[in-house]
Write a protein of this length. Structure first.
Length: 307
C-alpha cells in the first residue's frame, strides 16, 4: 500500500501544509508536484461543499505506478488557511514561490530521482512559472487555462446563460479593463464586493498580466497538455491554445472528461453534479496517458544524467 504522510513548510501562521505520498516497496523513484486550480480548491481537488477527490485519486494512481507526489493546500486554503495575513499584500507570484519551495522539498525526499510538475486548471500557469527556476524532468498541464484570466472572465460574462443584470455585466467589463491596465477601482456596486473588493484587486492585477500561452512558449522542458471535451470552465480552445505554444508539446483531448477529471455529459446540471461524487472514477484514458508520459520522460532524464 502507498504511504501517505502530512508535510509542512514554514512556521506559525505562515505554515503551509500538504500530503506526501510514497510508492510502496521502492527505494528509488520519480516524483510529481501536483498543483491545484483557482479559488478555494484544496489539495485533493475539492471545493467547499463539493467533494470529488480528483487530485487525491491522481496521487493514489501515481503511487500505484511507482511515483511519489506532493499535493498541497495553497496559501489561504484548507489547512493553510491562516497563511494569508493581509489580503492586500497577496500576489499571484506568492503561489509560484510556494510551489517552487514545495518542488525543491520534493526533490530532497530520500529516494527521489527526478521531479515532474503537474498543474490543474489555474495551477497550470503556476507550474509554467515554476519551470523557469526549477529543473523539472517534464510538465503535465490538465484542463489548463489558455488565455489571460481577465479574458476568461470576459468570456464568462458573454455566456448565453449568464445570470447577471446587464448593468453589472457592463460594470464588470469596465473593472476588468481598469485592472488589466494596472489601475485599482475605488468605487463599484455593492453586489461586486465579493469578487472585486479593493483588498483583492492587487492580486487580480498580478494575475491578469500573465498570458499562459506566452509563458508556456518560454519553457524548454517536455510538456503534455490534456484537455477534456466536457469542461465548462476551461474550454477546448484553451487546451488547443496551450498546445500551440511550442511545436513539440504533446496534446490529448479526452472525450467526455470535465473540470474535475471525471466522465461527465454536456448537460450542465449533470456535469456539475460530478463535482460532488468522490466515488466516481477518473476518466479512463487520463492516468494511463499521464503515466506513459512520465515513464518516457523519466527514462530520457536518466539517460541524460548518465552521459
Amino acid at each position: 500500500m502507498p504511504i501517505e504522510k502530512s508535510v509542512s513548510i514554514g512556521e506559525g501562521g505562515d505554515a503551509l501544509f500538504g500530503t506526501l505520498m510514497l510508492p510502496d516497496g521502492k527505494s528509488r523513484f520519480d516524483a510529481v508536484l501536483i498543483w491545484s486550480g483557482s479559488g478555494p480548491t484544496d489539495r485533493d481537488g475539492n471545493l467547499p461543499g463539493h467533494i470529488n477527490n480528483c487530485l487525491k485519486m491522481v496521487a493514489h494512481q501515481l503511487a500505484d505506478a511507482g511515483y511519489a507526489s506532493i499535493r498541497t493546500d495553497k496559501r489561504g486554503i484548507g489547512e493553510s488557511e491562516n497563511a494569508v495575513a493581509d489580503e492586500t499584500e497577496l500576489r499571484f507570484e506568492a503561489f509560484v514561490d510556494d510551489a517552487l519551495v514545495w518542488a525543491q522539498i520534493l526533490k530532497e525526499v530520500r529516494g527521489v530521482r527526478h521531479v515532474f510538475l503537474l498543474g490543474h486548471s489555474e495551477g497550470a500557469l503556476t507550474t509554467m512559472l515554476v519551470a523557469r527556476d526549477f529543473d523539472a524532468a517534464g510538465m503535465i498541464l490538465i484542463e489548463g487555462t489558455g488565455f489571460r484570466a481577465s479574458d476568461v472572465l470576459r468570456r464568462q460574462l458573454s455566456a448565453p446563460d449568464i445570470n447577471i443584470p446587464k448593468y453589472l455585466v457592463s460594470e464588470i467589463s469596465e473593472i476588468l479593463d481598469s485592472l488589466d491596465g494596472g489601475t485599482l477601482v475605488a468605487e463599484f456596486s455593492a453586489e461586486l464586493e465579493g469578487q472585486y473588493r479593493e483588498s483583492i484587486q492587487p492580486y487580480l492585477i498580478s494575475w491578469f498580466k500573465y498570458d499562459p500561452q506566452e509563458e508556456l512558449a518560454k519553457t524548454k522542458l517536455p510538456v503534455m497538455v490534456i484537455q477534456g471535451t466536457t469542461d465548462f470552465q476551461v474550454l477546448i480552445e484553451e487546451g488547443e491554445r496551450l498546445a500551440a505554444a511550442r511545436g513539440d508539446i504533446k496534446y490529448l483531448q479526452i472525450n467526455g472528461m470535465n473540470q474535475v477529471l471525471k466522465d461527465a455529459p454536456k448537460h450542465r446540471a449533470s456535469n456539475y453534479a460530478t463535482y460532488g461524487k468522490p466515488l466516481l472514477k477518473l476518466a479512463v484514458p487520463l492516468m494511463p496517458t499521464i503515466i506513459e508520459f512520465l515513464d518516457e520522460q523519466a527514462r530520457s532524464a536518466s539517460v541524460a544524467n548518465d552521459r
